[in-house]
Design a protein around this ligand. Structure first.
Ligand code: ADP
Length: 607
């Protein structure tokens, strides 16, 4: 989309004017004035200048007992006291000085006073007047209402343009698109809605994890409806001075009303829309900005054609006054894409790169489970970069697979040297995971196992691929997952009779899973369907806080340990039962460093 920004004189422009005036005053006017001033010198200087024939004009004031004289060029005026000096007149005459009958023109004291006092004061009063006029204007909400542009909204305005983002550029997210296409229809044909008395929602809140295409959707609404699009981030409203943010909100809405019908998009609205709490010394500036936003949203008619879209990934932190009907009265969830969505997003972005025709997008989408739209776009780009690095003119499936690994685990570490023993331990660890996963019916098949160290610190990993979408997970599946996670350590214990630090990440994940099963999914006998934990930050990492008594906490801890222990034992048992295969596979992996799921299954299923 074409971006048009209003030209704005930056603050530095005004400072530059003040500086220029001061410099002019100091470097030009003052020396000039100083030159016009009479310089007082000693009589010896006078004699010396006479001897050197440097005196131009001279005037002797008998009454004041002084001699005033100039240099040869006449641009400097000197004064000295009269001394008994009988030969002075002759010497002066001989040196070629002219005796002036007139008084040498001195700068009048009045002019000197004006230059050194009145002029600077006048300049500063002038600047002061200018600023106060701006302030008055601002108070009255006039068009010129910002001091030095500080309260200007600074919103980026995108105007209609043929190359704007369309709904077709946003892959997946069908529910969100359906919801928003109503807005597009309204902007095209408001009369249809007005006739029946229906009014459009004033504000629509797009909520979802980062990188799922919220900004894209907002731009697509503007692109589809061919109206101007104002875009601003919540944090841009927050200023150092109290009241500035509010002024920016006013300015934004004023501009929007002028351009209606149009779309105003506020990204990361939680920066200003956070719940106002009763804390003493809270953030005044933010609260004022929020209040102004609430007032502005109340202040315009719902049918005037200004639609406000806002995006956030922390909907729970928003002030209830903001989300009530009449303000942001519609909430559109923009979730992480499912398998089909991921495939479509990959295809949309793959159009931008040259691709080998045999690429199986479904497989790539399955490998990238849990990735957001932004991550998928990144995967495609990483793959293209890898193709360039390897001097190929198109991207292959292997590039895509490698770039998923880069996004998950970082780049391959070129110079990490493992000892032979370490490499063997890592090989057993990874095969441990894969074997436990494969032997449990419900675990996803293994795609790839590698023991090439990665920059993320992983010494090896087992990549599992989901067959399809998983919306629900049964207790058994979760337990199997924990068993798979403990499989690595179990293999080390079985073969080397010792533990290594390599399992720290597995331990963390297994604990988290076991904890959720007990505190949130109601999968323990003792607690039945009681929630012990609440999730605070659904879209950003999902931190939890406990809501139970200290005794219950202790009991939860005990049950978590019990659950993990049981699965650990199960994993150990599976590995012990398949000890021969374990050794065989670990040796194979040790030699090859990277093996595919297929090779793994072939060895496992071989007689
Ligand atoms: P958000 O605002 O939700 O954090 P953005 O809309 O800024 O995310 O998306 C970031 C980038 O991710 C986009 O520029 C686009 O390349 C890619 N992207 C995200 N979701 C999608 C999608 N559904 N279809 C196509 N591209 C997407």
């Amino acid at each position: 989309m074409q971006e048009v920004k209003k030209p704005r004189k930056p603050l530095i422009y005004y400072y530059a004017i003040v500086l220029a005036v001061l410099l002019l005053f100091n470097f030009l006017l003052m020396p000039w004035a100083a030159e016009r001033q009479v310089q007082e010198v000693g009589y010896d200087t006078f004699i010396e200048m006479t001897e050197k024939e440097e005196i131009g004009q001279v005037q002797i004031n008998q009454e004041d007992n002084e001699v005033i004289f100039t240099n040869k060029d006449g641009d400097k005026i000197y004064k000295t006291g009269m001394v008994e000096d009988p030969g002075m007149t002759e010497r002066l005459y001989a040196s070629g000085a002219k005796f002036s009958g007139q008084i040498i023109e001195q700068m009048s004291p009045v002019l000197s006073f004006i230059l050194s006092w009145i002029l600077p004061i006048a300049i500063f009063i002038g600047i002061g007047q200018y600023m106060s006029r701006k302030l008055m204007n601002r108070a009255s909400g006039g068009p010129d209402s910002m001091i030095f542009g500080m309260g200007k909204s600074n919103a980026k305005v995108y105007v209609k343009s043929s190359e704007g983002i369309r709904f077709s550029d946003v892959a997946g997210e069908d529910e969100a698109k359906e919801n928003l296409s109503e807005i597009v229809d309204y902007l095209h044909n408001p009369a249809k809605y007005r006739e029946i008395g229906a009014s459009m929602p004033k504000g629509i809140l797009l909520v979802g994890p980062p990188g799922t295409g919220k900004t894209m959707l907002a731009k697509a609404v503007a692109g589809e409806s061919n109206v101007p699009f104002f875009s601003m981030s919540g944090s841009e409203f927050v200023e150092m001075f109290v009241g500035m943010g509010a002024s920016k909100v006013r300015d934004l809405f004023r501009q929007a009303k002028e351009k209606a019908p149009c779309i105003v998009f506020i990204d990361e609205i939680d920066a200003i829309g956070q719940k106002r709490d009763g804390r003493v010394g809270g953030n005044d500036e933010r609260e004022q900005t929020l209040n102004q936003l609430l007032t502005e949203m109340d202040g315009f008619e719902s049918n005037n054609g200004v639609i406000i879209l806002a995006a956030t990934n922390r909907p729970e932190s928003l002030d209830p006054a903001l989300t009530r009907p009449g303000r942001f009265d519609r909430r559109v969830p923009v979730e992480l894409p499912d398998l089909k969505g991921r495939e479509e997003i990959l295809k949309v972005h793959a159009k931008k790169v040259k691709l080998d025709e045999s690429v199986d997008f479904n497989k790539i989408a399955r490998m990238a489970s849990g990735a957001s739209g932004a991550e998928l776009a990144n995967i495609i780009n990483e793959a293209a970069l890898r193709a360039v690095r390897e001097n190929r003119s198109f991207v292959t499936e292997a590039d895509l697979e490698e770039s998923i690994e880069v996004v998950i685990a970082g780049y391959q570490k070129k110079n990490a040297i493992l000892t032979d023993k370490e490499k063997r331990v890592v090989a057993y660890h990874e095969i441990g995971h894969a074997l436990v996963a494969a032997k449990q019916n419900n675990s996803a098949p293994v795609q790839k196992i590698t023991i090439v160290p990665r920059t993320s610190g992983a010494l090896g990993y087992t990549m599992q691929v989901e067959e399809g979408n998983h919306y629900l997970m049964s207790q058994e599946e979760l337990e199997n997952k924990i068993a798979t996670l403990t499989g690595g350590r179990a293999a080390e214990e079985l073969v080397f009779h010792s533990s290594s630090t390599g399992a720290s990440n597995d331990i963390e994940q297994a604990t988290k899973l076991a904890r959720s099963m007990i505190t949130r999914y109601g999968m323990s006998k003792d607690f039945d369907m009681v929630a012990m934990e609440t999730v605070n930050n659904q879209y950003l990492g999902g931190d939890t806080s406990l809501s139970c008594s200290a005794e219950t906490q202790a009991e939860i801890d005990r049950q978590v340990v019990e659950l993990v222990k049981k699965q650990h034992e199960k994993a150990a048992e599976i590995l012990a039962d398949n000890r021969e295969k374990l050794d065989q596979l670990a040796d194979y992996l040790y030699d090859r460093e990277t093996i595919t799921g297929e090779e793994f299954m072939n060895i496992l299923n071989a007689a």
